[in-house]
Design a protein around this ligand. Structure first.
Ligand code: TYD
Length: 200
């Protein structure tokens, strides 16, 4: 079941790595699909708009999490399940984002987030998760001008997200990578791990 996820705080560089990995698979003639969270389906993209809309600063953390979970449930049933047998599926964020952002940073707790994640995904968990690590200083340096609702949270929030990722990223499916590296160097580390893990 080749499901690969990318995790990390905003600005860690995961989207670039995902594009490079997709190209790599395509060159080798290996079928692969990429989806982003929140989103990846028509319903999910609608949910994304609600979640990231800057005007809505009043959203309750429970509402926020359940919307992420709803987008996730739709993505799993509509896109991931039909593909998982004979394709590589690459996800730009998945279950761990909710544990780090909603469970830790928003304070909902790991337990309930994990429980609802399991319900939303029917226990479809990644084989491999690349956690691209940067600290809050690099986050500040790389910050975009135009921020979405969650990116608009301050540095204290991001520190809690990092703390969350640190607490969950020691299990065996995680590969931690130093996000300060150049993109090409980062990619070499990722490819080595992919070759080793999936024998491709
Ligand atoms: P993302 O699409 O990675 O942001 P970008 O605009 O940089 O491409 O993610 C959008 C935001 O949603 C990001 O700040 C992280 C947040 N998020 C959560 O808080 N919980 C989740 O479960 C997911 C999937 C994302």
């Amino acid at each position: 079941m080749p499901l690969i996820t990318f995790e990390g705080i905003d600005g860690c560089g995961k989207s670039t790595q995902i594009l490079m990995l997709k190209e790599y698979f395509e060159k080798k003639g290996i079928k692969c699909s990429v989806f982003r969270e929140p989103g990846g389906t028509k319903i999910g993209e609608e949910i994304r708009k609600i979640l990231l809309d800057n005007a809505d600063s009043e959203m309750d953390p429970k509402t926020e999490f359940l919307l992420f979970a709803a987008s996730r449930a739709q993505l799993v049933s509509q896109e991931i399940k039909p593909r998982i047998r004979d394709e590589f599926v690459i996800l730009d964020r998945y279950v761990d984002s909710s544990v780090a952002y909603q469970g830790f940073a928003r304070g909902l707790g790991k337990k309930i987030v994990t429980f609802i994640n399991e319900f939303a995904t029917d226990l479809i968990y990644p084989d491999l998760t690349f956690y691209i690590e940067i600290d809050e200083k690099i986050f500040e340096e790389r910050k975009k001008e135009k921020k979405d609702r969650i990116e608009s949270e301050g540095i204290e929030f991001i520190k809690k997200v990092i703390e969350g990722y640190n607490q969950i990223s020691n299990s065996s499916r995680f590969v931690k990578i130093d996000g300060r590296m150049e993109q090409d160097q980062l990619f070499r580390v990722i490819i080595e791990k992919i070759k080793d893990h999936f024998k491709v």
